[in-house]
Design a protein around this ligand. Structure first.
Ligand code: ZN
Length: 296
């Protein structure tokens, strides 16, 4: 019988899609030909209707990434090391803006907290308490296992993508949370698909009780997709206050009557966060313009 079921695409290789249903049964099928005529390509992460033979319908997407080609990502696990390499607020702010720009919820994870002295950790936590008003922050150590339960809970039933700089401890984190993954340290790109496969291979891998995309989503810090005056939209803490700026299109850089600059002055916005904003703003501004087809 052509019984229609609902499921999620978790793998694409050589034009064949693996769909997992609500009972976690897997089907390897093709999309109906009509998708090709309509120039619609089902993506890994898509929620679909399907039968034993074909994908018949794609549900509307919440979001989609192009590298990796994954749709409906619930959140990005933004991995930052406390030490080795040293924690960097500038890197954190850059990644946060990139993830926000893709309409994905960032989860800030601080790894290797066991390498910090008690005092260093207290200082870091104090500054990050500002971020905790707007983002979820989890402290993690593969040694002491602090944070394991929190990460398992937050990734449950979610599609996750991994981000953060090289050496931040992404593969160690994955292995600690789910030892069945057995990823070699520093081999994350290879183990999770890059290099090993062509870009046509994308997969969601079971991770705890959720999924993780098989390629890092935001490992490169490229701000090619937006202009400097858009940056402010990706700061939820600024955005909340910006209606009080004198000018509607205030970039919070040089305009008079700026509510954000006032908030920095009286301590409602973390000073370093604002300074990093200025830095990133200028960095984007000084980038060479990228030719885009949709620009007139
Ligand atoms: Zn302003």
């Amino acid at each position: 019988m052509w019984l229609e079921k609902k499921g999620r695409i978790i793998k694409l290789i050589g034009g064949l899609y693996t769909v997992i249903d609500e009972e976690k049964k897997r089907y390897v099928i093709k999309p109906l030909g009509v998708f090709r005529y309509k120039n619609i390509q089902p993506k890994v992460g898509d929620l679909v209707k399907f039968n034993d033979d074909s994908i018949t319908e794609i549900y509307p997407r919440n979001n989609e990434l192009y590298r990796p080609m994954v749709a409906n990502i619930d959140q990005a696990l933004l991995v930052n090391s406390a030490k080795k390499p040293d924690f960097s607020f500038l890197l954190l702010d850059k990644f946060l803006a990139l993830i926000e720009a893709n309409e994905i919820e960032p989860i800030i994870i601080i790894t290797k907290v066991d390498l910090m002295t008690e005092m260093e950790l207290v200082n870091l936590k104090e500054k990050l308490s500002y971020y905790e008003r707007f983002f979820k922050v989890i402290y993690f150590s593969s040694k002491t296992k602090v944070g394991v339960e929190d990460i398992l809970a937050i990734t449950k039933n979610k599609v996750n993508v991994l981000s953060g700089q090289t050496g931040a401890g992404k593969s160690t984190l994955l292995n600690t949370i789910d030892p069945s993954l057995n990823i070699e340290t520093n081999e994350i790109s290879k183990a999770l698909g890059r290099g090993k496969h062509t870009t046509r291979h994308v997969e969601l891998i079971s991770f705890g009780e959720g999924f993780i995309a098989d390629t890092p989503g935001f490992s490169k810090l490229e701000f090619v997709d937006f202009k400097s005056d858009q940056l402010k939209f990706y700061y939820p803490d600024f955005f909340a206050m910006s209606s009080a700026c004198k000018f509607y299109e205030c970039t919070h850089i040089h305009e008079p009557g700026c509510a954000i600059k006032n908030a920095v002055k009286n301590g409602d916005i973390l000073k370093e966060r604002y300074e990093n904003y200025q830095f990133i703003y200028n960095e984007i501004k000084s980038q060479k313009p990228v030719y885009r087809r949709d620009e007139k």
